[in-house]
Structure formats: C-alpha cells, structure tokens
Design a protein around this ligand. Structure first.
Ligand SMILES: C=C(O[C@@H]1C=C(C(=O)O)C=C[C@H]1O)C(=O)O
Length: 359
C-alpha cells in the first residue's frame, strides 16, 4: 500500500465530516437568523450570550483540540451567524494593522466590518453618532499602565462598556530594507510601544537614531514603508500590510506584554454569570478619602481588579478613581455597595458591566 493510499480512508472520512459540519453550521445559522427576526429592531449582538456560548464550548470540549482552539473556531462561527442578518461595524484606532484592530477582530470575529479612525476620540465619536455599532479602545497595558486618553474619554461619553478584550502584544522592529541600523535616522512608534520596548531600544539602537512618537504603530509602519531611513515598531499584521521586513522580532521588554481593551456601544449587558463592572468615582484629595471610597466595596467582599487614580481635568485637587470590580451592577450585593458609594463620593458613573474576556 503506497503512503497516499493509506491516507485515503482518513481523507474520505474528513470529506464526510466536513459535509456534516457545513450542514450543521447552516442549521445553526438558520436558528441565529430566527432569533434575529424575533429581536426585530432590537439589538442583535448579545455579548453575555456569546460569552456563555464560548464558556460552554470550552467546558464541553474533550480534545484533542485545545479549549482555546475550539473557542476561536466558534468565535468565527458566531461572527458569521450574526453577519447573515447584518454585519457589525466596529470603529477602532487605525490605520489598518493596529493592535486595536486585532483586538476588534479577536472579539467580534472576522465577519465584522472594522472602520479605521484617526484617533481614539474619533472612534468613540463615530459610535456616539451611530455611524458604527461598537468601538474597541485600548485602556491599559501590563507594562506601561493606563492609556490616559481613553480614561479621559470615558468620563464624558454617553456610551456603555459592554465588553473587554485581552490581547498579547508582540512588537517587531520593521524596515523596508533588510539591514539593521545602517542609514537609519529614526524609529517611529506609538508612545506606548516606545515605552514597552525601551530596554531593547537602549541596548540596540545607535545614539544618533531618534525615537519619534506617532499616533499608532500601524501609522509608524505606514510611514516607514515610505521612507527607507525610518524604522517602525509594529505588529506582524502591520508588517504584512505595509510589506516591511522584520529586522528583529518580539522586542517588547516584558515577555507577557498584554493590552486590555474596552468595547463600548449603546446597550447595557445583562449578567452572563462571570462579569465585571467598571465605574468612575470622584472625590477630593483629602487624607483618608481613598479608604472612605474603598470601604463599602471591601465590606461587602467585592474584589477589585483595577484601581487607577487620575487628577480631574476640570477641578484642581480633585481626583477621579477608575475602578473595576468583579460582578455585575445588577447583583443586589453590588447595588448595595454602590448605594453607599453614591452617598460618599462627589460623583459616580457606572460605565457598564460586561462578561470577563473568554478568548
Ligand atoms: C443567536 C443570537 O444572536 C447573536 C448570535 C449568537 C450566536 O451565534 O450564538 C449569540 C449571541 C448574539 O450575538 C442570540 O442572541 O442567541
């Protein structure tokens, strides 16, 4: 028996299974369409249900495919099921190839339409003006901390947070030519990426090469593609889109460099069973104030997953606390804690509750 003829029975089995998979996926799509019709003009995308589907599938999986692999596959199946009704439009900080676009596709799947915007401000505005359905915005990085501009925008936006995306971020050193530092004038990147790679840059970059912060890493890649004397720090996706050579790979200082993004839209999300609530609390910068604010959360045993303070841009010596807690604001224990907090704080804004990232 030749090697190829030994493969034949397996290939025949795979062809049969693929046919069944197509029939079953279409059967699934018909149910999703029926649900879409029942929703009528209401919101079709339901983040809590999608998170439950992905969690159930991971728990059901017995391998050999990994739980992450089946979740990724079902992420795409759900994305296509939703798109036969109407593909979602997602605003993001462009141009094409930014980590924000990768985060948008990780969260919504590839059937969603992603719309590049010049700034994070513009991406929120597009959804506020109902010209896009959702926006994905970077909020914090494991190496560099919070993205200040996004936090500032959260204070005033009427949009509701309805999801989070966690993305491992690998940076690459890219150029048009396949030489490292000869004839190099500058390296362009987003300020966060320059900071996330500062040790690598200090060790490898000649002193005469300037570091220039631009609006995004993909913008840096776009500029480097037009100028052989410029290098960029950007993603694999940007390297491919702008046809740049990878001079050095994975140059981030922290091997676990991860960015967290928020998803915002016009809807509130119902509890999924494993949720977070994000809020902003404002208080004067007085001694004991921090304890006063945190106490109602601690007393009810609510865990905080983020606590970040930022000076208020409007009132001197007033601080804004950006707090993420475990649980959904609809739960009675969280409502009780928020009621106490409302009495103590000058201002409190619940940004939304959403499923903890599954992918
Ligand atoms: C089918 C539904 O609509 C959408 C599609 C889903 C799916 O394909 O499983 C899940 C949630 C919604 O985003 C639903 O709400 O159940």
């Amino acid at each position: 028996m030749s090697d190829d003829s030994k493969l034949l029975p397996h290939r025949t089995a795979i062809d049969n299974i693929d046919n069944q998979l197509i029939d079953l996926m279409n059967e699934r799509a018909k149910h999703a369409r029926a649900i879409g019709e029942l929703k009528g003009t209401g919101v079709v995308y339901r983040p809590e249900r999608e998170a439950q589907v992905l969690r159930r599938i991971k728990a059901f999986n017995t391998g050999p495919l990994t739980d992450e692999a089946v979740a990724r596959l079902f992420r795409e199946i759900m994305s296509e099921c939703l798109a036969i009704e109407r593909p979602l439009t997602i605003a993001y900080l462009g141009p094409e190839g930014t980590f924000t676009q990768l985060a948008a596709m990780k969260h919504f799947g590839h059937a969603a339409h992603t719309v590049p915007c010049l700034t994070v401000d513009d991406s929120l505005r597009l959804v506020e003006a109902r010209q896009a359905d959702y926006v994905v915005a970077p909020v914090e990085n494991s190496t560099e901390g919070s993205v200040g501009r996004t936090l500032d925008l959260l204070v005033n936006t009427p949009l509701r947070v309805c999801g989070e995306v966690v993305l491992r971020v690998h940076h690459h050193f890219l150029r048009t030519q396949y030489v490292d530092f000869a004839d190099l004038d500058a390296v362009y990147a987003h300020a966060q990426a320059l900071a996330q790679c500062q040790h690598w840059l200090a060790k490898n970059l000649p002193d005469n090469v300037s570091r220039v912060a631009v609006s995004s890493n993909a913008e840096a890649a776009k500029l480097a593609a037009q100028n052989p004397r410029v290098a960029a720090i950007a993603s694999q996706a940007a390297a491919e889109i702008y046809a740049l050579n990878k001079i050095a790979a994975n140059i981030e200082d922290e091997p676990n460099n991860t960015t967290r993004f928020l998803v915002l839209g016009h809807q509130d999300t119902t509890p999924s069973g494993h949720d977070k609530t994000s809020l902003i609390v404002s208080a004067p910068n007085r001694s004991g104030m921090l304890h006063h604010i945190i106490e109602p959360l601690m007393q009810t045993g609510i865990s905080m997953t983020k606590f970040e303070s930022r000076p208020s841009r409007t009132n001197l010596w007033e601080y804004l606390f950006f707090i993420d807690i475990e649980g959904h604001f609809a739960e009675p224990r969280i409502q009780a804690a928020l009621d106490v907090l409302r009495e103590r704080a000058m201002f409190i804004k619940v940004l939304g509750a959403y499923p903890v990232a599954v992918l």
